[in-house]
Design a protein around this ligand. Structure first.
Ligand SMILES: [Zn+2]
Length: 233
């Protein structure tokens, strides 16, 4: 099963061209915070419609003010993607779970205070395989361009009780990249001109249906979908 993970496109999604795989995941921030475009959701939705996947999953981010308003009246605001907000989606035995909440930014979209964050992350099922959030957990791929750690401490605490195969997010653009800790592949998929998407593949060599036992590989895609590097775990 091939996942392609993107985040924080901020109106630049057309640069990604046509992506292919089984599941496309957008970890939020389609919009620009200070340049409100009431067509932003329609534009990314049209782009989703041209991508070659079985399913497209997405969540909101702190810049997605239009989306935040829209989901109050419409649970599924996209025609060509499945919007996850404290909800799960299961595909071929792999459990995905998505939530948009961000700490510390009280005047942004999808802000949640400490108590609300604890309550939101408590809902993440223990058997999640692919966790999709906008914020990183604290101390993992969360260092800003000014050297500050901006990740969510509450999410980090909750992760101690979880064992996802993949946790993908964006938000802290300067820390785009990937790492593995305690068996979880973390992917900060924030759009960068050099690395605009991560392609992640689960491979079941033994035919076992448990994703935890699956071999995995990941590669970065450049803006023109050039393979820049390949790593296996
Ligand atoms: Zn962003």
């Amino acid at each position: 099963m091939k996942l392609v993970i993107i985040s924080d496109t901020h109106g630049r999604h057309e640069n990604l061209g046509i992506l292919r795989g089984d599941i496309l995941i957008h970890c939020g921030d389609f919009e620009q915070l200070f340049e409100q475009d009431n067509q932003a959701i329609r534009k990314i939705d049209a782009w989703f419609g041209r991508q070659e996947f079985k399913h497209i999953l997405c969540i909101g981010g702190n810049h997605d003010l239009t989306l935040e308003k829209l989901v109050q009246i419409k649970e599924q605001p996209f025609e060509n993607a499945i919007y996850l907000q404290d909800t799960e989606f299961v595909y071929e035995g792999v459990k995905f779970y998505g939530a948009p909440w961000v700490p510390d930014l009280s005047n942004h979209a999808f802000y949640a205070n400490d108590l609300a964050l604890d309550q939101a992350w408590a809902k993440v099922p223990r058997d999640v395989d692919v966790l999709v959030t906008h914020t990183p957990p604290v101390n993992i791929l969360d260092v800003s361009s000014k050297g500050q750690r901006l990740g969510c401490a509450s999410l980090s605490r909750r992760l101690q009780a979880l064992n996802p195969r993949v946790h993908c997010f964006g938000h802290v653009h300067a820390s785009a990249g990937t790492c593995v800790k305690r068996g979880t592949r973390y992917v900060n998929a924030s759009y960068q001109p050099s690395t605009s998407a991560f392609e992640y593949e689960f491979v079941s060599r033994s035919g076992k249906s448990d994703p935890k036992s699956w071999w995995q590989k990941i590669r970065k895609l450049g803006a023109k979908q050039t393979s820049l590097s390949r790593a296996t775990t």
